[in-house]
Design a protein around this ligand. Structure first.
Ligand SMILES: Cc1cc2nc3c(=O)[nH]c(=O)nc-3n(C[C@H](O)[C@H](O)[C@H](O)COP(=O)(O)O)c2cc1C
Length: 474
């Protein structure tokens, strides 16, 4: 589901949502999401009640990502005392949906922001808070907690908690568990931008990085607690979920040693400093392919046009805006073994964007836009002297899919064309599913309608098979 920007809602709606969310101990975004799901008749995806088993199984029957690499793993989640603690409720839910068990450890300050009751209900496990707990410490529980996890995640990590970690403190359960651990640690800092930039925090961050601690975020944006903006927002739960997947991925790596270039999203072609020509591509399919190739061990360079989705974890991302920038980045990323050109590149740009905003004046006639052709990125890669051994293009068609796909394969010197029907009634553009026809020189494979993620996995399997069969290309 697309993300919900609560900030843009009407003030009265926002107030009602705030009260509802507080009553249910959920974030406003989560509350809005569940309300919408009810409204459109989605199956109930509310969290399991407290006391349920913490066995890794999908929450409420939802299983959004069956190939999630951390499925079946155990996470010890330390929740520090920051406003962003509310996001950890969504994080727990998303992880459990993917078959990951989560054991929450709440710091004393963290307990001021979220309750053990809601954490326990979502995690379906006890929430640990106290170092000197008589029940747990008869068998040195803090050591057991740190050893039983596959990964420790600190989210949100406050400035104070980073300082404790960097200084090796062990004066409460959370910091003692971290110090006693021999497991990888992922930290998601969240704090006011001034705290993040403070020389003490900068020092602590550098120390922890050199100690091998993994970081995600913080992101730039508005702060929840004030009108301030800057770097300090905690990474979004789904970005943390993806990163956890990468850190705990022990699956086979058949594409190890291969370099892949993937393009994704639309391009924006400026008309003037504020207007541009664009298309409806969301980047979901290209990003999913980049992530799937990375999971299979490829070193992936993702060249992304402007999209509203997070960068996939474990992938190098080059952000561009126009077709010409994407063309330059794609050729600059060569040599590579695989190129998958998924981006919906604008065929035309304006013949010279205006330097100033074009004004609407009563006296002047409506401006005419003259268009010129953009470079053809797929053809440029397909005919390049350093052409990758496997070049895959995407063809978004609304009619005669096979015929147009085959024509494209020949003209652009591609090996495969992934053709999809993007007629408005299919909902492919911006949607979550795709119906593919994989056009090769020796035949056409028709795939059933699959989620974009499943398309990415299937295409990656075909890429793996290709390199297994064509060892001469190795
Ligand atoms: C309303 C409020 C919001 C706070 N938000 C943050 C925050 O986002 N990040 C942070 O580093 N500290 C924040 N603090 C300060 C921490 O709560 C404080 O440093 C606390 O000791 C951190 O405890 P911890 O180490 O258990 O996380 C906040 C304090 C208050 C009162």
């Amino acid at each position: 589901m697309a993300s919900i920007t609560v900030r843009n809602l009407d003030e009265t709606v926002k107030q009602a949502l705030r009260l509802r969310a507080a009553r249910h101990d959920r974030s406003m975004e989560e509350e809005a999401r569940l309300l919408l799901a009810d409204g459109v008749g989605e199956p109930d995806q509310r969290p399991m009640a407290a006391g349920g088993s913490n066995l890794p199984k999908p929450v409420g029957g939802a299983d959004p990502d069956h190939a999630y690499p951390a499925r079946g793993k155990r996470i010890l989640l330390i929740i520090g005392g920051g406003i962003a603690a509310y996001k950890c409720l969504d994080l727990i839910r998303r992880l459990r949906e993917r078959g990951v068990s989560v054991r929450p450890v709440l710091t004393r300050a963290g307990g001021e922001f979220v309750t053990p009751l809601s954490l326990g209900a979502l995690a379906a496990d006890r929430v640990f808070t106290d170092l000197f707990d008589r029940e747990d410490e008869h068998d040195v529980g803090h050591i057991r907690l740190s050893r039983e996890a596959d990964l420790i995640v600190v989210a949100p990590a406050t400035a104070d908690f980073l300082a404790k970690m960097a200084g090796g403190h062990a004066d409460d359960l959370a910091s003692t568990v971290v110090l006693a651990s021999d497991k990888p640690i992922l930290v998601a800092p969240a704090m006011n931008p001034k705290m993040w930039q403070h020389p003490a925090t900068v020092r602590n961050y550098a120390t922890l990085e050199s100690d091998g601690v993994h970081f995600i975020g913080p992101e730039a944006g508005e702060m929840a607690e004030s009108d301030e903006a800057g770097t300090g927002r905690m990474a979004e739960p789904m970005a943390i979920v993806e990163r956890i997947g990468v850190l705990l991925d022990t699956g086979p790596k058949p594409l190890a040693g291969r370099i892949a270039i993937v393009t994704s999203g639309p391009t924006h072609e400026p008309i003037d400093p504020v207007r541009y020509i664009a298309n409806r591509s969301s980047g979901k399919q290209g990003h999913a392919i980049a992530a799937a190739l990375a999971r299979a061990g490829a070193q992936v360079k993702l060249i992304s046009g402007p999209v509203n989705i997070a960068d996939p974890a474990g992938v190098e991302v080059i952000h561009v805006e126009t077709a010409r920038q994407m063309h330059e980045a794609a050729l600059g990323a060569l040599p590579a073994d695989i190129a998958v050109m998924v981006a919906a590149v604008a065929d035309w740009r304006t013949d010279g964007a205006a330097d100033e905003k074009i004004k609407k004046t009563a006296s002047e006639r409506t401006p005419r836009l003259a268009l010129v052709e953009n470079p053809d990125i797929l053809a440029a890669v397909g005919h390049h002297e350093r052409r990758p051994c496997l070049v895959v293009g995407f063809a978004a068609e609304t009619e005669k899919i096979d015929k147009h796909g085959r024509g494209k394969l020949e003209r652009k010197n591609a090996d495969w064309i992934v053709a999809n029907d993007v007629s408005p009634e299919t909902g492919v553009m911006g949607g979550d599913a795709n119906t593919i026809r994989l056009i090769r020189r020796d035949g056409i494979e028709a795939w059933p309608t699959l989620s974009k993620q499943a398309v990415a996995e299937r295409l990656t399997e075909r890429v793996v098979d290709y390199f297994a069969e064509n060892t001469a290309h190795a």
